[in-house]
Design a binder for this molecule. Structure first.
Ligand SMILES: Cc1cc2nc3c(=O)[nH]c(=O)nc-3n(C[C@H](O)[C@H](O)[C@H](O)COP(=O)(O)OP(=O)(O)OC[C@H]3O[C@@H](n4cnc5c(N)ncnc54)[C@H](O)[C@@H]3O)c2cc1C
Length: 293
């Protein structure tokens, strides 16, 4: 199986997409509609998030295996250290390998139920993503990605320290990083430049999720860890009572940001799709990155 790094090579800009594991039969149908629609646009890879426990983890493994076995897409399996002993992590990594998945996004994860709660490692588990990167690499020929936070990880004291730990994860054996959501290109580009200034040559991919509704906006602000800049808030406020206008402006804002990132030389855009293809297709079509959007 090819690796993410191989798929990102070449001069032309690429894109990748992220999905959530389905919770029920309806979700499954929605997910697979999106998978098939986006498959036609040839993303560099598709990644599938890893849930906080039990059955949701099984669903991640099943969905990732199905992408590997039934589509032309390159799957990236997320994996977190939450509530797992090292033996269990080895087991999951073994499952991924057994179904042909060779690309893993190695994450520490958040305390279940309260993302801002105190992190408590499993007694036989790991404390930082850096250790999981080492474990995955040790277990086979995997291409490994990690998470990056343009505004700093919410638990980090300051941005410089967070970048230092990001570089450590990359130096531990990760090939690339995918960024958390952000509102304007500058924080991402500054993080990219700070990493490059350390001599680290790993690729950083920006994470994109268009603001399609005021509900989505609240989620984006929460995940990013930063307030929406005043100028963007003003643009969207005008459409507080006009969902179609709000959505169209959200697509405009995402397209403008993606264009600027491409102008700055990012090799690929990573879309958080929420298991829907439409917005990603619209942005890609407006950027001229796909002909069939
Ligand atoms: C692209 C992306 C995908 C994600 N997918 C998922 C998913 O599928 N499932 C899920 O549950 N969560 C997911 N998350 C959320 C992620 O698990 C949380 O944000 C988590 O809090 C941080 O994970 P990490 O891998 O960055 O942790 P780490 O890199 O371990 O960092 C955690 C904290 O510890 C600090 N730190 C790191 N290394 C060290 C060290 N050596 N010494 C001291 N401090 C250190 C960091 O600065 C940071 O504050 C995702 C996030 C992103 C950006």
């Amino acid at each position: 199986m090819t690796s993410v790094v191989e798929r990102l090579q070449g001069q032309s800009p690429k894109f990748s997409v992220e999905f959530l594991p389905p919770r029920n039969a309806d979700d499954e149908r929605i997910l697979w509609t999106a998978v098939r629609e986006l498959e036609a646009l040839d993303p560099a890879f598709v990644s599938i998030t890893y849930g906080a426990g039990g059955s949701s983890r099984d669903r991640t493994i099943r969905a990732t295996a199905r992408v590997a076995q039934e589509t032309t897409l390159l799957p990236v399996a997320h994996l977190t250290a939450v509530d797992h002993s090292v033996a269990e992590l080895r087991n999951v990594i073994g499952w991924y390998a057994a179904v042909g998945v060779r690309n893993v996004l190695a994450l520490r994860g958040d305390p279940p139920g309260d993302p801002m709660g105190e992190w408590v490692a499993h007694p036989q588990g790991l404390t930082y993503a850096e250790e999981l990167v080492r474990l995955v690499r040790e277990l086979g020929d995997f291409c490994v990605g990690v998470a990056a936070f343009p505004y700093g990880h919410p638990r980090s004291g300051d941005l410089a320290t967070d970048v230092k730990f990001l570089v450590r994860k990359l130096q531990a054996g990760a090939d690339y990083a995918v960024a958390q959501l952000f509102h304007e290109p500058e924080p991402f580009l500054r993080m990219r430049d700070s990493v490059a200034a350390t001599g680290c040559t790993a690729t950083l991919l920006p994470g994109i999720m268009p603001m399609l509704s005021s509900r989505a906006l609240t989620k984006i602000v929460e995940l990013s860890g930063a307030d929406l800049p005043v100028e963007l808030a003003r643009r969207l406020d005008r459409y507080a009572d006009d969902p179609a206008g709000f959505r169209a402006t959200g697509i405009d804002i995402a397209t403008e940001m993606c264009q600027r990132l491409l102008d700055e030389g990012v090799p690929a855009l990573h879309f958080y799709t929420m298991n829907r293809a439409k917005a990603t297709r619209e942005v890609l079509g407006r950027l001229g990155l796909v002909t069939r959007a």
